[in-house]
Ligand binder design. Structure first.
Ligand code: G6P
Ligand code: MN
Ligand code: MN
Length: 419
């Protein structure tokens, strides 16, 4: 089978290739095409990817191209992992909201909105061009952030798309290591929206170990997600580490004001990674890659592609999928992140027990914001941007939303089709 990776010049690509190389029997890939506008990155990442496969004894061939259509033609699945505007745009997302006392983050708050506005038009154009050459049945696996909003845009435009994030698989692996269990033994009662989720159950061989995690391992888990153990115990759940931007918003802002933005750190890691990738003697995934946030992203991707392309038998994966009544307090067309049964017909959410008000309220609030964010991304206009900001639970005030809207548009003028 042929796999196409759009944004294949990303420094994350070797992570994905490593995952494919390690799963030769479960995923029969014989061609991987990396598509990217950056020819230099393509050549370095492409050659390194081939060395990784060769070294693992995997027969797949890697091809690189700047031409989306020829890259996607005949693909069984197309993976989207792009970043419009690169680390420079990310740096802006992470810094301009701070002036208003708001969190600077690339997937939530005003920065997340900026990223959505830049990204949705580009991703929809790519999906349209891909569909022309692959036909309508090819699966799109979307890792492009903000995954919830981008996936919603794809699905409501009629594309066959599933959204994926590594938060759930990362927590599954973490628990496995902590308790000495294999990842397959661990199932999560994971609920919410992308980057806004809570684990309400952690089943190891069918037994809920969440109470034990909170009592015996509270401090360890707390350090892992960056929130106090007492908060988790009170809520009786494990929030994802993205919830620190909500539950510890002002503290995060205070810290962010004293530290270099993540974009700067990542740029340095990327520089180092590109140097390592370019060395013909290097044939395995370098240690520096583990400094990126995308750990286990490759496992999740490989498992999901396997389920979507081959599996007659459904497999359970945590994915971003249309709600369709799963969370009855949300519109059907909202995109949620929950365990789902995935096979070649797509992903169907498993039933979810009634969500407690403490979580349902925030989920509803952010879903309202995501709807307005998508309106702004699809139709443009400064006031639509301000409306989305006003609806975001981390912003919510008129004067701040007005100021952030103007700043966001000014910062991104070159990357917004309507500005
Ligand atoms: C996690 C998130 C991804 C995000 C990444 C950022 O993996 O799930 O959605 O892109 O972190 O990692 P970085 O190394 O770029 O900060
Ligand atoms: Mn073309
Ligand atoms: Mn993610």
């Amino acid at each position: 089978m042929k796999l196409t990776v759009v944004g294949g010049g990303s420094t994350y690509t070797p992570e994905l290739i490593d995952g494919i190389a390690g799963r030769r029997t479960s995923l029969a890939v014989d061609e991987i095409v990396l598509v990217d506008p950056d020819e230099h990155r393509l050549s370095v990442i492409g050659e390194f990817s081939q060395r990784l496969l060769d070294h693992a004894g995997h027969p797949a061939r890697v091809r690189t191209t700047t031409d989306l259509e020829s890259g996607a033609e005949g693909a069984a699945a197309v993976l989207l992992q792009l970043r419009v505007g690169g680390q420079a745009a990310r740096r802006s997302d992470e810094t301009f909201p701070l002036e208003c006392g708001c969190v600077g983050q690339e997937t939530t708050g005003a920065g997340g909105l900026a990223k959505a506005l830049r990204t949705v038009p580009v991703v929809l154009d790519i999906a349209e061009r891909v569909r022309k050459v692959t036909g309508p049945d090819t699966w799109i696996v979307n890792f492009t952030n903000p995954v919830g909003i981008v996936t919603r845009a794809l699905v409501q435009s009629g594309f066959r798309a599933v959204g994926l994030c590594n938060v759930a698989i990362g927590f599954q692996r973490y628990v496995g290591k902590l308790l000495g269990a294999a990842p397959e033994q661990v199932r999560l009662g994971h609920v919410g929206l992308n980057h806004l989720t809570w684990e309400r159950q952690v089943l190891v061989d069918g037994v809920d170990v969440l109470p034990r995690l909170l009592s015996e391992f509270g401090e360890d888990v707390a350090a892992h997600i960056g929130l106090p153990a007492e908060l988790m115990r009170r809520l009786g759940v494990v929030p994802s580490y993205y919830l620190k931007y909500f539950y510890s918003h002002d503290e995060v802002v205070a810290t962010q004001r004293t530290e270099p933005p993540r974009a700067e750190v990542v740029s340095l890691v990327e520089k180092e990674l590109m140097g390592v990738y370019a060395d013909p003697a290097v044939v395995t995934k370098p240690e520096a890659l583990s400094q990126r946030g995308g750990a286990y992203y490759s496992e999740a991707a490989v498992q999901l592609v396997h389920a979507l392309t081959g599996g007659e038998q459904g497999e359970e994966h945590v994915v971003n999928v249309q709600n369709n009544g799963t969370l009855p307090f949300l519109p059907d067309d909202a995109v949620i992140e929950v365990p789902s049964i995935v096979d070649s017909n797509g992903a169907v959410p498993l039933p979810v027990a009634p969500v407690e008000p403490a979580f349902a309220g925030l989920i509803s609030h952010v879903t309202g914001y995501e709807y307005l964010a998508l309106e702004a991304a699809l139709h443009g206009g400064r006031d639509r941007v301000a409306n989305a900001l006003l609806a975001h639970p981390l912003i919510g005030q008129w004067s701040i939303a007005e100021k952030l809207a103007d700043q966001l548009v000014a910062e991104n003028a070159d990357l917004l089709p309507w500005a």
